[in-house]
Ligand binder design. Structure first.
Ligand code: NAP
Ligand code: ZN
Ligand code: ZN
Length: 347
């Protein structure tokens, strides 16, 4: 066993605090990453507070992990000691089901091993995430990280990046299309960067009017305040595609009204409560409501390579490990500009 330290939640109400635990020894196909930076996803907060139910404690959150490899197993072929590497939202999957076979490990039919708040594929060893000093992961579930980009700002690509890149690619968002991005937070700001980079005409649909200038700076062409009902009614039947990243309950029918005929709205935000959708929000113009979850390893690598080529990273605020609760509080108020990243040198 490899002794390490992290920050953990002991239950849904307690603030995160220092936690000592063990990583497994580096196996034949494993790499050990000394974690340098870990992004703070709203999913960390949902799970720490048990907002989706079934949380496993103690919980060491964190699934936007980047760092340097300090050890590799004898059978490792893709990485060597000293390389940068990343880990996203899962650390293993069954590798045998139809989805795993085509590189959609995130939809593993035998349920994947989440990076934290889950179990390894033995279904009994708890997984612990990136709010920690090191992690040991099978090389097939690790990503290559370019040294050309500012490393702390690369970390959020491992979740916020791939979660927005994947649906934009899957639904073939491209040049000339009118795209709406709902919610300008960690996911939302990456969605804006990707959609703009793919050539779309992008509108940010935000509940925070103060974010208008940031939206434009991120490359968005238009900004719509979702609290202003008259702007929404003027935007009816406009968008070819909407990506909804909002973390809390909101009226989906309102956003669906802005889709044009045959267009699709994809949910990636996961509010804890169910949201009613009226059939008549979809029927009259043959609209589609869909969902999407992170992305597979192959596509995550494709996204990281795309970012390295096109110089795309996250806009971040670097924080010390001890300030995580303040970061969570600000995230709840929608005050993230636009991703908190923990500097693990402070742990
Ligand atoms: P975030 O940084 O907190 O951003 C969420 C944004 O939602 C806020 O910045 C805010 O933008 C908007 N919002 C509107 N009403 C809100 C309210 N009442 N409370 C809080 N936010 C509100 O969160 P994130 O890390 O981007 O994550 C967004 C959601 O995606 C979370 O539910 C997360 O669990 C989920 N997620 C899903 C996947 C997936 O695979 N599908 C992956 C990662 C995360 P405005 O101020 O612009 O309105
Ligand atoms: Zn995440
Ligand atoms: Zn599988």
């Amino acid at each position: 066993m490899i002794a390490t330290q992290g920050y953990a939640a002991q239950n849904a109400k307690a603030p995160l605090s220092p936690f000592n635990f063990n990583r497994r020894e580096v196996g034949m196909y494993d790499i050990k990453i000394d974690i340098q930076f870990c992004g703070v996803c709203h999913s960390d907060l949902h799970q720490v507070r048990n907002e989706w139910g079934g949380s496993i404690y103690p919980m060491v959150p964190g699934h936007e992990i980047v760092g340097k490899i300090s050890q590799v197993g004898a059978g490792v072929t893709k990485f060597k000691v000293g390389d940068l590497a990343g880990v996203g939202c899962f650390v293993d999957s069954c590798r045998a089901c139809a989805n795993c076979k085509v590189g959609n490990e995130q939809y593993c039919e035998n349920w994947l091993a989440g990076t934290y708040n889950g179990y390894e594929m033995d279904r009994k060893t708890p997984t612990y995430g990136g709010y920690s000093k090191c992690i040991v992961v099978d090389e097939n579930y690790c990503l290559k990280i370019s040294d050309k980009l500012f490393l702390p700002a690369v970390a959020p690509l491992l979740c916020a990046g791939i979660t927005t890149y994947s649906p934009l690619r899957h639904w073939k968002v491209g040049a000339g299309q009118k795209v709406g991005i709902v919610g300008l937070g960690g996911l939302g700001h990456m969605a804006v960067k990707f959609a703009v980079s793919f050539g779309a005409v992008v509108t940010v649909l935000s509940s925070s009017p103060s974010k208008e200038s940031d939206a434009k700076q991120l490359g968005a062409h238009n900004f719509l305040n979702t609290k202003d009902k008259s702007s929404i009614s003027k935007a009816k039947n406009q968008f070819d595609f909407i990506l909804d990243t909002v973390a809390a309950e909101h009226d989906l029918n309102l956003h669906l009204s802005m889709l044009r005929t045959d267009a699709t709205m994809v949910l990636v935000g996961i509010p804890s409560d169910a949201t009613p959708v009226h059939a008549l929000s979809l029927i009259p113009k043959r609209k589609t409501l869909a969902g999407s979850m992170i992305g597979g390893i192959r596509e995550t690598q494709e996204m990281l390579d795309y970012c390295a080529t096109n110089n795309i990273v996250s806009d971040i605020e670097l924080i010390a490990m001890k300030d995580i609760e303040t970061a969570y509080a600000r995230m709840l108020k929608g005050e993230v500009r636009y991703r908190f990243v923990i500097d693990l040198a402070t742990l």
